[in-house]
Design a protein around this ligand. Structure first.
Ligand code: MF3
Ligand code: CO
Ligand code: CO
Length: 271
């Protein structure tokens, strides 16, 4: 297998899927406050997808060696790094949660994105981790242009995150996406400039750094086969966009009315 290059028509299909994935996050946003359970967030996500006429890419998703994923989205709270399974525990003031949504449209296109949510008033450390992880993702995105390499993206993210005293999770990465959930290439969130695959117009992949406040090591939690936590129990944050390589730069595809404002060093969502 190799990296798929999307045609103009494919890109239209991806734009729709990605906008809808972002709109699922918009839909749940007003409900995410102290007292809501992650299962209720999952139900709201499923309700929105039903209204859209999309389906969740995660329900029943089963990569080799994994049990089928049991929910419509992922909810990763505090020291959960990724793949948290929605449950009946209410969120409380001071929690931080990543909600990760991947939809499939009727035409078979996948859109994948995630955002952090702060539950009520949070610690300065938690707010800082979420905000700087958002910036780290954007430092990766602005590297995207034909002729740049995947290592440029990883390096930009790693340098920024580690420069603020955080660490970058190595075990999970961004990925090509299209009519499959996870395609080539792997998009590492660490690395060396000028290394790895050269970017070509028409490539579409996610950038989704997982950044830990403490050490970078992670481990499986419990026995659900999915939940990943930080080994040292430190907080972890993640943001995710699906990005197209354009002839002149990048187009962030997973945008909608509720997308957060750009960091000050970013001039455009499309270059
Ligand atoms: N949406 C996640 C990603 O960004 C993958 C979640 S797989 C699941 O790649 F099965 F855990 F939902
Ligand atoms: Co992804
Ligand atoms: Co995702």
């Amino acid at each position: 297998m190799s990296i798929t290059i999307k045609s103009a028509e494919d890109i239209e299909g991806m734009r729709v899927a990605c906008r809808l994935a972002s709109e699922v996050l918009d839909y749940i946003t007003p409900h995410i406050k102290p007292g809501i359970t992650t299962k209720e967030i999952d139900r709201l996500g499923a309700e929105c997808m039903a209204q859209q006429g999309t389906i969740s890419a995660t329900v029943g998703y089963q990569p080799p060696g994994y049990p089928p994923y049991p929910a419509s989205l992922c909810t990763s709270v505090n020291h959960v790094v990724c793949h948290g399974i929605p449950n009946d525990k209410p969120l409380k003031k001071g929690d931080i949660v990543n909600v990760d949504v991947t939809v499939i449209t009727k035409d078979g296109w996948y859109g994948d994105n995630s955002r952090m949510f702060l539950i009520g008033e949070c610690s300065i450390a938690a707010k800082r981790l979420s905000a700087l992880t958002f910036e780290a993702m954007w430092h990766g995105i602005v590297q995207v242009k034909p002729g740049a390499r995947l290592g440029d993206i990883g390096h930009a993210i790693q340098k920024f995150a580690e420069g603020h005293g955080f660490s970058v999770v190595r075990e999970f990465c961004g990925h090509g996406i299209g009519q499959k959930f996870h395609e080539e290439p792997q998009v590492l969130h660490y690395g060396k400039p000028g290394t790895l695959e050269e970017l070509v117009p028409g490539m579409v992949f996610t950038i989704e750094p997982m950044i830990n406040a403490g050490r970078r090591e992670v481990k499986e939690f419990g026995n659900d086969g999915w939940t990943i936590v930080t080994k040292d129990h430190s907080l972890s944050a993640q943001w995710e966009h699906t990005v197209l390589v354009t002839p002149t730069g990048y187009e962030v595809m997973t945008l909608s009315a509720g997308s957060p404002p750009l960091p000050s060093f970013v001039t455009a969502t499309k270059t």
